[in-house]
Design a protein around this ligand. Structure first.
Ligand code: DDH
Length: 287
């Protein structure tokens, strides 16, 4: 692939669909990995690279791809995400014109769609900071699973989200699982962790949850002991302002998909200095 030229760039058209296709090809490339899909960990990479945003200082967010560097690469919250970053490295090598920050966010959006989720409006425009040109973010910008609703609000209001968007975003826990060697928590939230659906909300409202009796960190489990919820997940049900959205999304998958797509797209754009007058994220599939 040719690199974009400074002049005469008109001849170069970055092929984002080719990048999407390369990501899709990676998703189920290793049947021994977790539940057979890298989709969930790619979604988590997109979320953690974006979720550092602070609207008050306009710092953090996906622009810059600062998770490539210490100390962010080593934050406890980012344990395991080297799997996702390393997985995408050959895609970056094959399409060197895409920035890591565009690649990581596009990979998350692509994974959600490929796992049966809604189309996530996405646009390019992020650039990667050089290692010498960035100011390390303070740790503590991402949420902790053993905390309460106040903590969740503190974290997400700082990014500029409201209660409805918080609940919609947390529906991503329909995907993937906790790993004891990454977060210390264990298990998946649903029995279909590689399919994007509203099952997380169905489990949260319809299953019965009790504290797991073990030496590990506080988490909840169902009667089967197979499914889990974090304390922060339980607080979506316990908090009277979060709960109506949990109930709505459990009943109405279409509403969840619509609200999730809008909130996730917004997440991926936090703090990104898109060029003035550039089109808003496309509301329709650009495939
Ligand atoms: Fe999450 N998440 N998340 N999460 N998350 C974990 C896994 C995954 C919290 C904690 C954890 C979001 C919100 C929260 C995904 C997406 C999203 C794990 C387990 C912990 C712990 C990590 C491991 O052991 O591998 C907390 C706390 C919150 C919160 O809001 C309070 C949001 C908003 C998203 C999103 O994508 C929009 C995904 C996907 C996973 C599964 C990863 C995997 O490897 O599987």
């Amino acid at each position: 692939e040719a690199a974009p030229k400074k002049s005469g760039a008109a001849s170069f058209k970055p092929d984002y669909d080719a990048v999407r296709k390369a990501v899709e090809d990676l998703l189920e490339s290793n049947e021994d990995y977790d539940d057979g899909s890298y989709g969930p960990v790619l979604v988590r990479l997109a979320w953690h690279t974006s979720g550092t945003f602070d609207k008050n200082t306009n710092t953090g967010g996906s622009n810059g791809a600062t998770m490539r560097f210490l100390p962010e690469s080593n934050w406890g919250a980012n344990a395991g995400l080297a799997v996702a970053r390393d997985l995408l490295e050959p895609v970056k090598q094959k399409y060197p014109w895409i920035s890591y920050s565009d690649l990581w966010t596009l990979a998350g959006a692509t994974a959600i769609e490929a796992m049966g989720g809604p189309h996530i409006p996405w646009r390019p425009g992020r650039s990667d900071y050089a290692p010498q040109n960035f100011v390390a973010l303070p740790d503590g910008r991402l949420p902790d699973g053993d905390k309460d609703a106040k903590h969740v609000r503190d974290i997400f209001y700082r990014m500029g989200f409201n209660d409805q968007e918080i609940v919609a975003l947390c529906g991503a826990h329909t995907l993937g699982r906790c790993h004891d060697d990454r977060s210390g928590f264990v298990g998946p939230w649903t029995n279909a962790p590689t399919t994007f659906s509203n099952l997380y909300f169905v489990e949260l409202t319809e299953n019965k949850w009790h504290k797991k009796k073990w030496k590990g960190p506080l988490q909840y489990e169902d009667k089967s002991g197979q499914l889990m919820m974090l304390n922060t997940d339980m607080w979506l049900l316990w908090d009277k302002k979060f709960k109506p959205y949990v109930q709505q999304y459990a009943k109405d998958e279409e509403a969840f998909f619509k609200d999730f797509a809008a909130a996730f797209s917004k997440l991926l754009e936090l703090g990104v200095p898109f060029p003035e007058g550039s089109a808003a994220a496309s509301p329709t599939p650009n495939k």
